[in-house]
Design a protein around this ligand. Structure first.
Ligand code: SF4
Length: 89
């Protein structure tokens, strides 16, 4: 399960992966369901081991537990869609 110690760490992860991922909706009123699951069911908001196990599979913690690995569902947007968002491929 991803854990972000503050908002800046979370936004840095979004910039590094989500903004370049084909699963992040272009609509501002929608978000990636994997990101939303982590946002709404983080460590402070649940005690369900099954939920934690699923979240761990989606965005795993690093082996040393100090950071988050790349999301399991990350898939790079095609270059022409990255260019449309002003992002380098
Ligand atoms: S699938 Fe993963 S990397 Fe892609 S937008 Fe969702 S949380 Fe971010």
């Amino acid at each position: 399960m991803a854990y972000f110690s503050n908002g800046t760490e979370g936004m840095t992860y979004r910039e590094r992966y989500c903004e370049k991922c084909i699963h992040l909706p272009d609509r501002e009123d929608r978000d990636c369901p994997i990101w939303s699951a982590h946002f709404f069911h983080n460590y402070d908001r649940h005690k369900n081991e099954g939920v934690a196990l699923i979240l761990d599979m989606l965005i795993p913690r690093s082996a040393d537990g100090l950071s988050n690995e790349r999301c399991s569902f990350f898939q790079t947007r095609p270059a022409h869609l990255l260019a449309g968002k002003g992002l380098a491929p």
